[in-house]
Design a protein around this ligand. Structure first.
Ligand code: NAD
Length: 359
C-alpha cells in the first residue's frame, strides 16, 4: 500500500476548523482508494509567533521538506497586524514558498453550476460555464526585483524593477503547457509585450516552448485585453500563464467572477512533486470559532494535493465530484446560501465525506 507523509499547517482564525474537515475528506478518499496518509502537524503564522516568537520555525521547514505535500489552512489575524513586517504571519507564507522552491501558483476559477446565481456577470456571459486555471509565476518579477527611492530632478522618486530570466519563464511556461495538456489543450500567455522588454523576452521564450507542445493550442494576449476578456468572454480561456504581478491581479479577478471565495483552492508547485495546497481565502477572523466557515475550498485543495503531489487521480476526482454533488443536493454554508437555510463547517464536511465514499 502506498504511504505518504503530509505536513499539516492549521494556522490561525478559521484555519484549524477547515483543515479538520479537509483531513476527514482525505482519510475517506485514502480508505476508498487504498493508500495511507501520515499527518505531521507543524506551526506557521500567528500561532507560531505565539508559541516560538517567529512565524516560520526551522522545524516547520524541515518537516515540510521531508513530506510529500503540505496542507495549509490560513494564517494571520488582527492580533499580529502591528508586528514588524518580517515577524508578521504573512512572512511565514512567503518564507515557506521560498524554502520549498515553489515558483508556480495554480488557481482554478470554477463556476459551480448550482452556484451560478452568485456570479456577478450576466447569465448569458457564463451560460457555458466558467472553468479557468490561472498559472502565476510566484518567485520572480517586480515583487522580487531591485527597488528603491532616490531624489530626482522632480523631487523624491521610487522605482521597482521587473526582471525575468529565460530560465524562469521556461519553467513556469512548462507548467502551463503541461497543465493545458491535462485539460482541454488550450494555453494563453498574458504579457505586456507592446511596452515592456521583460514581456518581450517572456513572449519569445513562450513561442520557443510552444514548438515543443504542438498538441496545445497556444496564444498570447496583452494583460489589459486579458482583464477585459475575463469579464466579457471568460469561456475563451482554459489555462492562463502569466507573471507574478499580472497573475496576482488577474487571478483575483478570475476568482471574484466565480462569486464565492469560500470555494476556491490553490496549489503552489516547484520542480519536484512536493507542493503546498491551501484555499485562496484568508483566516476570516470575523467568523473564526463560529463553526460557520465554508470548508469546501480547503477540501478542493486536497483534491489538488492528491492530483499533483500524490498522483492519486481517482481519489482527486472523487473529492471534486463529492463537492459538486453536495452542492447539487442543495447543501450550503452561510457564505454561499444567499440568505437561505445554511449548514455549519462540520456538517458540510460530513456530507462531503459521505459522498466521497460513492462518488
Ligand atoms: P479573508 O479571505 O480572510 O476574508 C474575507 C471575507 O470572506 C470575510 O468576510 C470572511 O469571513 C469571508 N470568508 C473567507 N473565507 C471564508 C470561508 N471559508 N467561509 C466563509 N467565509 C469566508 O480576507 P481578509 O479578511 O482580508 O484577511 C483576514 C486575515 O487573513 C488577514 O490577517 C490576512 O492577512 C490573512 N490572509 C491570509 C491568507 C493566507 O493565509 N494565504 C490569504 C489572505 C489573507
Amino acid at each position: 500500500m502506498m504511504n505518504y507523509n503530509i505536513a499539516v499547517i492549521r494556522g490561525d482564525g478559521i484555519g484549524p476548523e477547515i483543515v479538520k474537515e479537509a483531513i476527514k475528506a482525505l482519510n475517506v478518499a485514502a480508505k476508498r482508494f487504498g493508500f495511507a496518509l501520515n499527518y505531521h502537524e507543524v506551526l506557521m503564522g500567528g500561532c507560531a509567533i505565539d508559541a516560538t516568537g517567529v512565524p516560520l520555525p526551522e522545524e516547520t521547514i524541515r518537516v515540510c521538506k521531508a513530506s510529500s505535500a503540505v496542507l495549509l489552512g490560513a494564517v494571520g489575524g488582527p492580533k499580529w497586524e502591528t508586528l514588524p513586517g518580517h515577524l508578521r504571519p504573512e512572512a511565514g507564507l512567503l518564507g515557506i514558498r521560498s524554502a520549498l522552491g515553489l515558483y508556480a501558483n495554480l488557481r482554478p476559477a470554477v463556476l459551480f453550476d448550482p452556484l451560478k446565481d452568485a456570479c456577478p456577470l450576466k447569465a448569458e456571459i457564463v451560460q457555458n460555464g466558467l472553468d479557468i486555471l490561472m498559472v502565476r509565476e510566484l518567485t520572480g518579477g517586480i515583487y522580487f526585483g531591485e527597488r528603491g527611492r532616490s531624489k530626482g530632478e522632480r523631487g523624491e522618486e521610487a522605482y521597482d524593477t521587473e526582471r525575468y530570466s529565460v530560465m524562469e519563464v521556461e519553467r513556469i511556461g512548462r507548467i502551463g503547457f503541461e497543465a493545458a495538456k491535462r485539460r482541454s489543450g488550450k494555453l494563453t500567455s498574458v504579457d505586456k509585450a507592446n511596452v515592456l522588454e521583460s514581456s518581450r523576452l517572456w513572449r519569445e521564450t513562450m513561442h520557443r516552448l510552444a514548438k515543443e507542445y504542438p498538441e496545445v493550442a497556444y496564444d498570447d494576449m496583452l494583460v489589459d485585453n486579458a482583464a477585459m476578456q475575463l469579464v466579457r468572454n471568460p469561456a475563451r480561456f482554459d489555462v492562463v500563464v502569466t507573471s507574478n504581478m499580472f497573475g496576482d491581479i488577474l487571478s483575483d479577478e478570475a476568482s471574484m467572477i466565480t462569486g464565492s471565495i469560500g470555494m476556491l483552492p490553490s496549489a503552489s508547485l516547484g520542480d519536484g512533486t512536493l507542493g503546498l495546497y491551501e484555499p485562496i481565502h484568508g483566516s476570516a477572523p470575523d467568523i473564526a470559532g463560529t463553526g460557520s466557515a465554508n470548508p469546501l475550498a480547503t477540501i478542493l485543495s486536497c483534491a489538488m494535493l492528491l492530483r499533483y503531489s500524490l498522483n492519486q487521480q481517482e481519489a482527486a476526482n472523487a473529492i471534486e465530484r463529492a463537492v459538486q454533488l453536495a452542492l447539487e443536493e442543495g447543501w450550503r454554508t452561510a457564505d454561499i446560501a444567499a440568505g437561505k437555510e445554511s449548514i455549519g463547517t462540520q456538517q458540510m464536511g460530513d456530507i462531503v465525506c459521505r459522498l466521497i465514499e460513492t462518488a
